[in-house]
Design a protein around this ligand. Structure first.
Ligand code: F6P
Length: 368
């Protein structure tokens, strides 16, 4: 299948199903922030600090829900006074105990790994905060253990409801004073996402539509997406996952300075030397550098050096910088654009962004 940018002009008649549905879900991200905030406050998460002073915050989740933990850690930043870690597993690490807060996040409330970790948290006497839909198995674990549960109205796909599952975690962290986030911050984040949705709307042409323009950059290439700070890396991971799931497209994520010790070697590899999609002089590999204002000065030097190393090899590079004051706004500025670009890339290839059949098949095979 070849990339056909003209497919972006009419996103409603591309494949079977409703390929435009994912675009509408992405455009709805701002509403998710507002709903996620309201659900958190209604559940009393903004008063969490009255009952708990944890030694560590452990976010237990898988896939898109685990990404909420990465975002939380990035928003709390490297200066966070206690560890904020994400665990993607059936088991909590041995060190997690009664003085820790475990936040179990599951869009469906039914994911086996997350339920196992939530039950383990209860057995170990941890404080449990559960985030998932009402009526789910995760809610039952919370109710049985008299733990706090944030009921979120999920309904689309886990990856399309990122802000719904993420916002309550930030409200919890703000209550614990791990990050400053007064109520107005959530409205600013929502407006950032609304602004991106407006600029990336389907009726806007690719030369002024940053989502379509980024999709055009990525087409017929294998993107290697690096963040140059923990915050930018959370966005890079999200971007790669969205390309995988929406566009069924290969992409790898990495973080500077670590990627400079391993992934950078790919700049001398076969995909950096020839185009596997077409017989042209361009290269398949594309380096996508995401950066944020909180970049360590030594990482700034590394990033600049990486650019020169890539340019010397004629490897194509796309650079994106975050925008905004609060870390959550800056993350939204990168993730909002990445979400649109991955959806437009899918549409340009005639791929329905919504189904992820290999994931569904895999889950079915391991469910018994
Ligand atoms: O958020 P949930 O419902 O726990 O699901 C976790 C992950 O599992 C899947 O539903 C299927 O693997 C992913 O789409 C999702 O990100």
């Amino acid at each position: 299948m070849t990339w056909e940018p003209e497919r972006l002009d009419d996103t409603h008649h591309l494949t079977e199903g409703d390929p435009g549905g994912m675009l509408r879900a992405v455009a709805d991200s701002a509403a998710q922030v507002r709903t996620g905030y309201r659900c958190a406050v209604e559940s009393g998460v903004d008063r969490l600090s009255a009952n708990v002073r944890p030694r560590a915050v452990v976010v237990a989740g898988m896939g898109g829900s685990a990404l909420a933990g990465d975002i939380l850690a990035a928003v709390c930043g490297p200066g966070a006074p206690i560890p904020v870690v994400t665990v993607r597993s059936y088991q909590l690490p041995g060190w997690v105990g009664a003085t820790d807060l475990v936040i179990a996040v599951s869009w469906s409330g039914e994911t086996g790994e997350t339920l196992a970790m939530a039950a383990e948290a209860v057995r170990r006497g941890c404080t449990l905060l559960a985030v998932g839909p009402a009526g789910s198995a995760l809610e039952a674990v919370a109710v049985q253990s008299s733990s706090l549960h944030v009921a979120i109205p999920t309904g689309r796909r886990p990856r399309a409801d990122l802000w719904l599952v993420t916002t309550p975690l930030v409200v919890a962290a703000a209550s614990l004073r791990l990050v400053r986030a007064e109520p107005t911050v959530y409205e600013r984040v929502a407006r950032t996402l609304e602004d991106i949705a407006h600029r990336c709307r389907p009726s806007s042409d690719s030369f002024i539509n940053p989502g379509k323009a980024l999709a055009m950059d990525l087409a017929e290439s294998v993107p290697m997406i690096w963040g140059s700070s923990p915050l930018a890396t959370a966005a890079a991971t999200r971007f790669a996952h969205r390309l995988n799931e929406n566009a069924k497209y290969p992409a790898m994520a990495g973080e500077l300075p670590e990627a400079g010790h391993n992934q950078v070697a790919v700049l001398d590899g076969p995909l950096a030397e020839r185009d596997i999609f077409a017989d042209t002089s361009s290269r398949t590999l594309r380096l996508v550098l995401l950066r944020d204002m909180e970049e360590h000065p030594r990482v700034t030097s590394t990033r600049e050096a990486v650019l020169r190393v890539a340019q010397d090899r004629d490897v194509r590079v796309t650079e994106l910088a975050s925008d905004g004051d609060h870390p959550l706004e800056r993350l939204a500025s990168l993730i909002g654009l990445a979400d649109f670009a991955s959806t437009y890339l899918a549409l340009g290839y005639g791929v329905d962004p919504t189904p992820v059949r290999p994931i569904t098949e895999l889950r079915a095979r391991i469910s018994h």
